[in-house]
Design a protein around this ligand. Structure first.
Ligand code: ADP
Ligand code: GLC
Length: 482
């Protein structure tokens, strides 16, 4: 039995700000339980879902040395759907209303978390063969493993995987302060180690020190080796190409299933999707105060409101789209003020066409996936993207830009060959996006049969974890056998 410990800063159902939480919550469920004992370790945030607190059991406590600081660490555990989750407790670091705050606080918080993950292992009945780290928040785990813990035989056999979910967030801060926080020797902060453009870079640490590096789609693995997509680290990624793997995320078929989804108005399958979606749409229109009409296509957006997700294009195109097409736009998201405010404005100006829910709501997200006809996701870059896959499972056709995981999951409609499961455009231009929205509008209005076939193909495409978990299993095996 191989032992794998997944370390991350968020996981469903305990704490979620984005797709990382979905992935960390789902991947362990789908790995082969006969072959792999997979457990997850997270921070015990004050803002985690409080309904789980009574179930947490105290396991042990110890102290983490961060240079001159000596910080308490408590370990709690619980089981959720057959998976053991550990939580690192420290109320100084993990207080506050969200997992992430200012970067200068976060670099200390996650240095502490990374060291605590390694420090707790002698106290658990579980010595992992592989620690699977995720994003910059856990980038120092491979670094500490080979430095601070490098002489300790207890840790000698542990291998590490570092997964990049988003290259844009690297955990960068002043070298002097990171040295003070971590106690890592000055030699580590060099061009071959943690240093990047004069700063300490946690993501780079993960990439340099881990035994294998993955990212969340094959196209994004190629994108980050280019100057345009590499966020300053394309040279490093090219140098590591022999141990860089692009493994496409799946979605959790138990969580996102229109047949059983408890949040939506009416459940449905691919067999009765036409009726099911129509009834969900009517219920949502009524709930949101939009005119209840089936003949008007509803465009849904469920997204963090950031430049990454293409809000520049959406902002630019909205007025023209609303003035020229008979459409409804339903937005659910939070993020940068300028995007939130522009949607408040569109809603005020076009109340019969736009509904903006500025906030975070799992229930509302499921309702939009089930009710909309189209999901708009014109990302500037997209490591994988889960929303487009969730939408397809609900028979909602994605309109995406061809980048990263969007390119790997959405096959554009080809009216001559009768293929495809969505719509896409290549260049990051608002006009190109508008053309493809107009095209989708035409297909929706004038070629109902084709639209239904597209929906069916989208719903039947397999976006479960079944094939991707095998790739992670192969990678874990390869590292253990080395
Ligand atoms: P990212 O992780 O870059 O934000 P993904 O597409 O990988 O993008 O994952 C986003 C996840 O977060 C999806 O599960 C999506 O449904 C969810 N989500 C995004 N915004 C909201 C919101 N405002 N309310 C509820 N869920 C949201
Ligand atoms: C990141 C990416 C997103 C990806 C998610 C899960 O948040 O932005 O594209 O789907 O991580 O891997």
């Amino acid at each position: 039995m191989r032992k794998v410990l997944l370390a991350a800063s968020e996981a469903v159902p305990f704490i979620k700000t984005g797709g990382l939480a979905d992935v960390v919550g789902a991947l362990p469920k789908y790995l082969d339980k006969e072959e792999y004992d997979v457990r997850v370790i997270l921070p015990k945030y004050a803002c985690m879902d409080a309904s789980f607190l009574p179930q947490l059991r105290f396991v042990c406590h110890f102290y983490v040395n961060l240079n001159w600081r000596k910080q308490y660490a408590g370990i709690f555990e619980t089981e959720y759907r057959g998976i053991k989750f550990y939580f690192v407790d420290n109320e100084f670091y993990f207080a506050g209303p969200s997992p992430y705050h200012n970067i200068y606080e976060d670099v200390e918080k996650f240095a502490y978390f990374s060291k605590a993950v390694l420090g707790c292992l002698p106290y658990l009945d579980f010595v992992p063969d592989v620690i699977h780290c995720n994003d910059w928040q856990t980038g120092l785990i491979p670094v500490f493993l080979r430095t601070a813990f490098g002489d300790d035989r207890f840790y000698a056999g542990i291998r590490t995987v570092f997964s990049i979910h988003n290259m844009q967030f690297q955990g960068r801060w002043r070298i002097k302060e990171v040295m003070d926080i971590t106690g890592l020797p000055a030699g580590i902060f060099s061009a071959t180690g943690l240093e990047s453009y004069g700063e300490a870079n946690y993501l780079k640490g993960g990439v340099v020190y881990a035994d294998a590096v993955t990212t969340v789609s094959p196209t994004y693995a190629r994108d980050i080796m280019t100057v345009e997509g590499g966020e300053g680290l394309s040279g490093l990624m090219c140098a590591k190409r022999n141990r860089l793997y692009g493994i496409l995320n799946g979605i959790d078929y138990e969580e996102f299933n229109p047949q059983t989804d408890p949040y939506i108005h009416v459940n449905y399958t691919h067999k009765d999707a036409q009726v099911g979606k129509k009834r969900n749409k009517a219920a949502l229109q009524k709930e949101l105060g939009l005119p209840v009409r089936d003949d008007v296509p509803m465009i849904g957006i469920v997204s963090r409101m950031t430049a990454q997700k293409g809000f520049e294009l959406i902002d630019y195109a909205m007025e023209e789209l609303l003035n020229t097409l008979d459409i409804q736009v339903v937005v659910l998201g939070t993020g940068e003020d300028k995007y939130e405010n522009s949607f408040r404005y569109f809603q005020a100006k076009y109340p019969r066409q736009v509904c903006a829910h500025i906030g975070y709501s799992e229930e509302q997200a499921h309702k939009v996936y089930a009710s909309a006809d189209v999901l708009l996701m014109p990302s500037q870059f997209e490591p994988c993207g889960l929303s487009q896959m969730i939408a397809m499972r609900y028979g909602t056709l994605p309109i995406v830009r061809e980048t990263g995981g969007l390119k790997d999951t959405v096959e554009p409609y080809n009216e001559y060959e009768n293929t495809g499961n969505g719509f896409s455009f290549a260049n990051f231009y608002a006009q190109d996006m508008m053309h493809v929205i107009q095209y989708a509008y035409e297909v929706y209005q004038e070629h109902k049969d084709e639209w239904m076939k597209l929906q069916l193909r989208a719903m039947e495409k397999n976006f479960s974890w079944s094939s991707s978990v095998k790739k992670y299993e192969e990678l874990y095996d390869k590292l253990c056998d080395q």
